[in-house]
Every structure is written in structure tokens, then in C-alpha cells.
Design a protein around this ligand. Structure first.
Ligand code: NAD
Length: 476
């Protein structure tokens, strides 16, 4: 059995144990065995990143840009092959897998540009004979902890800005997707990654908790609220800058005047694609009275046309859930919904798709109220609820009545309501006549309330987290 090692200080290192990665579309298929770093090895990775940081931040921005651009190009050239690995390991359809690799490539390309573009400001002082110069220094060593649902894109949107702005990094990917992270590091290494500048430690979350918070200067985390809260406490105790991107309970409002086709396609895509395993998935469909029944009927019809199955089978619209635990969780919420008085009007059955995998028919529950647990807690699966609202004002109030605030959408042909919603909804992303999921890479990403903490990720805003500003006063 070959165990694929971790990359620490430029050396591929065995771990203290290993983990096997399994294809969720066909549990008979092994993706590979991967070395698991224990807490001690994670600390070694932090030490290696610390040692490499002065030289990396002293390189020209051209050197940093070249590494990111070459990485981007290799990812683009190999998008089908690496995309297939994403599909095999994370259960995304082939189109989603390739799309995600292409997205990672675009992110590396964008930050290859940012590496040479970012700058500072020159201002006159308010005092005579002084100039004020504001520049940006790297933060230092950053720990990056990522989830399984976008195994290459999220790693890219943390690693690329970290490296572009002169930091060194330690990445701990999810235990569910070590293979994709391993492949990304092979690409980085082939394209000139200097020893220690980016380190890969596949490992268990519990081992990463303290090891990756002590000794780093900043921590960027994407994952569940529970894990994020715990990490934030240790980060703050260690005076480590922290950025958290977490869960959602994203609403999609459908008003009486909506284009029914747009509303149904937005709900279908936002709620069920990627098996609903997106932090921006729409889980609460808030629908006003006059369109309610027509919308539910049309959505149910479209749900029945979806093809669920092995992620790599041609024509599959929706692949499996990531693992048995996640499948059980979603099934558990269906029961919770029934117990709370909701009606399961479509889907929800476990599926035999020809291969042993974690398949489930997307589920829709109606007659739900916003106080039910199914409308308060993140489910993270192909499961949406419908909540009736009397009018726009009630719909907006329901949309905001949640502890989360990542993405919120509205389907309406009214300029007045679209504009009011965009301005007033309390979320980081507002989607008008579009699914709540589906983002660009060159603009900021993040939420409000329990969904996010700290500075925004992505786009030109990423520089704020990955640098410290320095204000110099120059007398003349
Ligand atoms: P998770 O919190 O279980 O795990 C995320 C990462 O944290 C993994 O690498 C895991 O190993 C690590 N981890 C777990 N316990 C840890 C600990 N004690 N110390 C340090 N690290 C630890 O989340 P998940 O199940 O992998 O991902 C699903 C969650 O991620 C959902 O809640 C989803 O909404 C969220 N998510 C958010 C975004 C966003 O940008 N807002 C994007 C994707 C996913």
C-alpha cells in the first residue's frame, strides 16, 4: 500500500498514521491512502513556514507572481483530469469538478496579478515638511484550515493571496478530501514552490486545533460554526488574527410578481445542486401567498426530472452526499420536520444508483414555519423547505430571522422590491433573480452574523487579511 506523504519544509514526509479516502459515489473505490500529520508534525510545519518566511517576503513580487501564474496554467491545462479527481473524492458531477478546478486556476491567475499590483498610498501630512506613506507588510505565517465541499477552490482562495502578499502557509485540508489537496501541492511544487513556503499537513481536526493556532500569525478557517467558534477562542487567546467563513441558512424569497421559470430554476440550482452541500445553498424558500402553490407544483415537477447518481456518469445532475454521517444527518432532519408538522411533498428517499454510494433524492418540505428546527439549523444536504409569507415585508423579516447571514436571494420583477432587498437584507451576499449560490472570484466573499467573522476573503479585499498596513512619516 502506497501512502501519499505530507509536504513539510520542502520534504515529502510520512505521517504517524494514514487515512484512506473513499469515493462517495462508489464506496468500493479507494482514492488513495494519505499520511496523517499528528499535532507534533503540524507544529513542525509551522516551524518550517516560519523559517521560510523572511526569504519569501524578500523575493521580488515577480517571483511570487510567476509561481501563482504557472500554477494557474497547469490547473487550467489539467482541468479535466484534476476535475475528475474532485468528482471522485468529493462526489461532485464532472461539470462541477472541472468547474471547480477552473475556478482554482482563475483564483491563482487573479492573485498572480495582485502580487504585482498591490501597493500603498502617499498622502501629505497635516504637519509641514512631512510626507505620509502607507505600505503593506505580510502578516507572516498563516494557518489555513479548509472543508471538503470545495476541496480545491477554497484551498486556492486562501493559499493564493497568502503567498502573493509574502506570507508563508500551512494548509490543513479536510480529512474527507486529502487527495485533491495532495494533487494541488504536487502542482505547486512542480511550478517552483520554495521549501517551506507552503506546507501540506493532512490530519485530523482535533490535532490541528492547538498546533495550528500556536505559533502562527493568522488563521483563515472555512467550515462549520461549531469548529470555527472553538478555533476563534484559541486564536484570540494567542493574539492570532482570525478569519472565519462558516455556515448558512440561506433564504430565497419568491414574490407574487416573480418570473416563475426564473424562481424555479434559482431554487432548484441553489437548493439541490452539489447535493445542497454548499455554504451558500438556499435552504429556506420563502414564498408569498399568490404564487405559493404554482411555485411548489413547478418546483416539484423539475425536481422529478433531476438525475441523481454516480458523479461521473454522463447526465448526472446531482451526485452523492459526502459520507454516511452526512446522509444520516439529512435523513434525521426529514424526520425532525415530520415531527414538527411539516409535510414532505417531494423526494427524500434513499436511492440505489447502481453503485454503493450515499445517494438521496432531493427533498422538499412545505407547511413549515420559520421557528421549526429544520428552518433554524444548517442541514447541508439536498433538502429545502417552503415557508409561506403574506407579502414582501413579512418575507424580508423571515429572511433575516436567522442566526446566519451568508447569502440571501429574491426573485421578483419589481425594481422597487429588488432594490429594497439588496439594500436592507442582513447578509453578506444578495442575489437578485439568481440562485443564492454561484460566485465570481474577483469580488469579496463573506457573510454577517454567525456566518462569518473577520475580514472578507477573495478579490482585492483579500489583501486586508493577509497584510498589515504600515504608516511611515517621512520628514523633508
Ligand atoms: P468542519 O468544521 O467539520 O471541518 C472544517 C475543517 O476544520 C476540516 O479541515 C476539519 O478537519 C477541521 N477541524 C475540525 N475540528 C477542528 C478543530 N478542533 N481544530 C481545528 N480544525 C478542526 O466542516 P466541514 O464539515 O468540513 O464543512 C462543512 C461546513 O463548512 C458547513 O457548515 C458549511 O456551511 C461550511 N462552509 C462554509 C463556507 C463559507 O465560505 N462560508 C464554504 C464552504 C463550507
Amino acid at each position: 500500500m502506497t501512502v501519499k506523504p505530507n509536504l513539510i519544509g520542502g520534504e515529502w514526509r510520512e505521517g504517524s498514521s494514514a487515512i484512506e479516502s473513499i469515493n462517495p459515489s462508489d464506496t468500493r473505490e479507494s482514492i488513495g491512502h494519505y499520511a496523517l500529520a499528528d499535532a507534533a508534525q503540524m507544529r513542525e510545519a509551522v516551524v518550517a513556514a516560519r523559517a521560510a518566511q523572511p526569504a519569501w517576503s524578500a523575493t521580488t513580487t515577480q517571483v511570487r507572481s510567476d509561481l501563482l501564474l504557472k500554477t494557474s496554467i497547469e490547473l487550467a491545462v489539467r482541468k479535466e483530469e484534476i476535475g475528475e479527481l474532485v468528482s471522485r473524492e468529493a462526489g461532485k458531477t464532472r461539470a462541477e469538478g472541472i468547474g471547480e478546478v477552473l475556478r482554482a486556476s482563475q483564483i491563482f491567475q487573479f492573485f498572480a496579478g495582485e502580487a504585482v499590483r498591490y501597493g500603498g498610498e502617499n498622502l501629505p501630512s497635516v504637519r509641514p515638511n512631512i510626507n505620509v506613506q502607507i505600505s503593506r507588510d505580510p502578516v507572516g505565517v498563516v494557518a489555513l484550515i479548509t472543508p471538503w465541499n470545495f476541496p480545491i477552490a477554497i484551498a486556492a482562495w486562501k493559499l493564493a493571496p497568502a503567498l502573493a502578499f509574502g506570507n508563508t502557509a500551512v494548509l490543513k485540508p479536510s480529512e474527507e478530501t486529502p487527495g485533491v489537496a495532495w494533487e494541488l501541492f504536487r502542482v505547486l511544487e512542480r511550478n517552483g514552490l520554495p521549501a517551506g513556503v507552503a506546507n501540506l499537513v493532512n490530519g485530523r481536526g482535533a490535532d490541528a486545533g492547538e498546533a495550528l493556532v500556536e505559533g502562527v500569525d493568522a488563521l483563515s478557517f472555512t467550515g462549520s460554526v461549531r469548529t470555527g467558534r472553538g478555533l476563534a477562542q484559541s486564536a484570540i487567546a494567542n493574539m492570532v488574527r482570525v478569519q472565519l467563513e462558516m455556515g448558512g441558512k440561506n433564504p430565497l424569497v419568491v414574490l407574487d410578481d416573480a418570473d416563475l421559470g426564473v424562481a424555479v430554476e434559482s431554487a432548484l440550482n441553489g437548493s439541490f445542486f452539489s447535493a445542497g452541500q454548499r455554504c451558500t445553498a438556499s435552504s429556506r424558500l420563502i414564498v408569498t401567498a399568490a404564487i405559493h402553490d404554482r411555485f411548489v407544483d413547478a418546483l416539484r415537477k423539475r425536481m422529478r426530472s433531476l438525475k441523481i447518481g454516480h458523479a461521473l456518469t454522463a447526465g448526472t445532475d446531482i451526485g452523492p452526499l459526502i459520507n454516511q454521517r452526512q446522509l444520516d444527518t439529512v435523513q434525521g432532519y426529514l424526520q425532525t420536520g415530520r415531527d414538527e408538522g411539516a409535510e414532505l411533498v417531494e423526494g427524500g428517499q434513499l436511492l440505489q444508483a447502481g453503485t454503493p454510494g450515499f445517494f438521496m433524492q432531493p427533498a422538499l418540505m412545505t407547511e413549515t414555519s420559520n421557528s421549526m428546527r429544520i428552518n433554524r439549523e444548517e442541514v447541508f444536504g439536498p433538502f429545502a423547505t417552503v415557508i409561506r409569507a403574506a407579502d414582501y415585508d413579512e418575507a424580508l423579516a423571515l429572511a433575516d430571522d436567522t442566526e446566519y447571514g451568508l447569502s440571501a436571494g429574491i426573485c421578483t420583477t419589481s425594481h422597487k422590491y429588488a432594490s429594497h432587498f439588496r439594500q436592507h437584507v442582513k447578509s453578506g451576499l444578495a442575489m437578485i433573480n439568481l440562485p443564492t449560490a454561484g460566485l465570481d472570484y474577483h469580488v469579496p466573499f463573506g457573510g454577517t452574523k454567525a456566518s462569518s467573522y473577520g475580514q472578507r476573503e477573495q478579490g482585492t479585499y483579500a489583501v486586508d487579511f493577509y497584510t498589515n498596513s504600515k504608516t511611515a512619516y517621512v520628514g523633508y
